[in-house]
Design a protein around this ligand. Structure first.
Ligand code: PLP
Length: 445
C-alpha cells in the first residue's frame, strides 16, 4: 500500500505510477516513462494531450467567469455548444441538457423519458429497457438499464427489474444465425421483451450504437437499428442512443448512430465531448419531447449543481472547433481504416485472436482459447487483465475488459487512440500490442 496517499478507488492496496504530463498521443509518468495512449483512459482523449488551443480557451473562460448556477444564469459557451451540437446531430435533436459525465447523461435521459410520457398523459410508462452486454453507467438508474452482469452483481437488489434483451453480436449470434441470412432475431427480441412487460409500462429502449466497454467495439448488423426504430415506434417507446463512448467523431462520423440510418429521440454523450480537458456530459433531446414542456408550469423535475458549467462548455466548444479546423472526424475514419487493416495483417492468424472489429478509431479485439470453437479463456486466467498490465509495462495503454459473454467470461480489449495519431504511431501501437499479446499467452502457459 502507498502510505503517502489517501485516495481510494478500487481498494487501498492498488498503487499507480504518478502522471507527470501529456503530449499528443503520449503520457509521461514522474519517472520519465513514456506511454503510447491507445485508449485515452476509457475512450476519452479524442484530441490527444495538451492541445494549446483547448488550454487557451479554458484559460480565457476562467478570466471571465468560472461558475454561475443554471437556475440563475445561462452562459455563452453552453449556448454556443448547444448550437454546435444541434448542427452536428441527426435531425431534430436540437436541445442539449448539459451535465458532468456519461452516467448523469443517461440518468437524465431515463428521467426525461418518464417526464415525457407523464406530459403525454401516459404516467404508467416508466421502464427503460437495455440489452445484455451493454453498459450505460454506474449510477443506479443507468446500471439497471444496462446489462453488464459483473458490474450489476453487487447492487442487484437495488436495481429495478426488467426483461433481458439480446445483444446484436454477430460473431457469437445468440440465435445461432449467420448475419448474411438472419432475420434480425436479435432486434425482434426487443419486441418480445416489450410485450412481456407490457408496452403500457415501457418508456424507452437504450442502446449503444456500437457497444464499447462490455463487448469491445461490437458493430451491429447494418439493418439492426432500422428494425429497432420500427419496434419502438410500434409500441410508443422512445429510442435513446447511448453515444457516451462513440459520440463526437470516435467512429468516423460525428455520431455513430448516423451510420445506421435512424434518428433516435435522445442521444447521451460525454467522454469525447470535452476530450478529457474537463468533465462534461450531455443529453441531446428531440424537439418533439421538448415541445411537451409547453408552459411555465411544466418543469423537468431533475438537475445537478454543475449543469451547464461554463468551463466544461468552453472546453466542448474548443474541442469541436479544433476538430472542424483540423478535419479530425474524417481523420478518425481514415486512420481507423489504417488501424484495423494493420491489426488484421498482424493478427489474422493468431491462434487466440477470435475477432477484430470496429469503426473509425474505435477498434476491439476479442480473444479466445480456441479459434475454431470460439471457446473463451477460463475467467480465472484473467487474460484481459494480464494483457492490459503487460501492455502497460511495455509502454502501451489499451482498455482491457472481461465479461464479453456473460458474468466474467470472455476477454477483449478496446483500442481507441486520439484522432491525431500518425501512421508511424499506429505501426508502433500494433508492434507493442502483438508483443504484449504473445507475452501474455506465454505467461499463461
Ligand atoms: N455509457 C457508456 C456507453 C459508457 O461507456 C460509459 C462509461 O464508460 C457510461 C455511459 C458512463 O459514463 P461515466 O463513466 O462518464 O459516468
Amino acid at each position: 500500500m502507498n502510505e503517502d496517499t489517501h485516495v481510494f478507488y478500487r481498494n487501498p492496496f492498488t498503487t499507480y505510477p504518478v502522471i507527470a504530463r501529456g503530449e499528443g498521443a503520449y503520457l509521461f509518468d514522474t519517472k520519465g516513462k513514456r506511454y503510447l495512449d491507445a485508449c485515452g483512459g476509457a475512450v476519452v482523449s479524442a484530441l490527444g494531450h495538451n492541445v494549446p488551443e483547448v488550454v487557451e480557451a479554458l484559460k480565457a473562460q476562467l478570466d471571465s467567469v468560472e461558475f454561475a448556477h443554471t437556475s440563475q444564469f445561462t452562459n455563452p459557451p453552453q449556448e454556443q455548444l448547444a448550437e454546435l451540437l444541434a448542427e452536428l446531430s441527426p435531425g431534430g435533436l436540437n436541445h442539449a441538457y448539459f451535465v458532468s459525465g456519461g452516467s448523469e447523461a443517461v440518468e437524465s435521459a431515463i428521467k426525461m423519458a418518464r417526464a415525457y410520457w407523464v406530459q403525454m398523459g401516459r404516467p404508467e410508462k416508466w421502464m427503460v429497457i437495455g440489452r445484455e452486454q451493454s453498459y450505460h453507467g454506474n449510477t443506479l438508474g443507468a446500471l439497471a438499464a444496462g446489462g453488464n452482469r459483473w458490474r450489476r452483481a453487487l447492487y442487484e437488489p437495488m436495481l429495478y427489474q426488467r426483461p433481458r434483451v439480446s445483444p446484436c453480436y454477430c460473431y457469437r449470434c445468440p440465435f445461432d444465425k449467420d448475419p448474411a441470412h438472419c432475420a434480425l432475431e436479435c432486434a425482434d427480441d426487443l419486441e418480445r421483451a416489450i410485450l412481456e412487460v407490457g408496452p403500457e409500462k415501457v418508456s424507452a429502449f437504450i442502446a449503444e450504437p456500437i457497444v464499447g466497454a462490455t463487448a469491445g467495439a461490437l458493430v451491429p448488423h447494418e439493418n439492426y437499428f432500422r428494425r429497432i426504430r420500427e419496434i419502438c415506434d410500434r409500441y410508443d417507446v422512445l429510442l435513446i442512443a447511448d453515444e457516451v463512448m462513440t459520440g463526437l467523431g470516435r467512429c468516423g462520423t460525428w455520431f455513430a448512430i448516423k451510420q445506421f440510418g435512424v434518428v433516435p429521440d435522445m442521444i447521451c454523450m460525454a467522454k469525447g465531448l470535452a476530450a478529457g480537458y474537463v468533465p462534461i456530459g450531455a443529453t441531446l433531446v428531440h424537439n418533439h419531447i421538448v415541445d411537451t414542456f409547453h408552459n411555465r408550469r411544466n418543469v423537468f423535475q431533475h438537475g445537478h449543481t454543475y449543469m451547464g458549467h461554463p468551463l466544461a462548455a468552453a472546453a466542448g466548444v474548443a474541442v469541436i472547433k479544433y476538430m472542424q479546423q483540423h478535419k479530425l472526424v474524417e481523420r478518425s475514419k481514415k486512420m481507423g481504416e489504417e488501424l484495423i487493416t494493420r491489426l488484421r495483417e498482424a493478427l489474422h492468424d493468431h491462434p487466440h485472436v477470435g475477432d477484430i472489429r470496429g469503426r473509425g478509431l474505435f477498434c476491439g479485439i476479442e480473444f479466445v482459447l480456441d479459434r475454431a470453437t470460439k471457446h473463451p479463456f477460463e475467467p480465472e486466467l484473467a487474460f484481459h487483465r494480464i494483457l492490459g498490465e503487460t501492455a502497460f509495462a511495455n509502454g502501451l495503454i489499451i482498455y482491457p475488459m472481461g465479461g464479453t459473454l456473460d458474468g466474467r467470461r470472455g476477454d477483449h480489449v478496446l483500442i481507441a487512440p486520439p484522432f491525431i495519431i500518425t501512421k508511424a504511431q499506429i505501426g508502433r501501437l500494433v508492434e507493442l500490442l502483438v508483443k504484449s499479446i504473445d507475452a501474455t499467452v506465454a505467461k499463461l502457459r
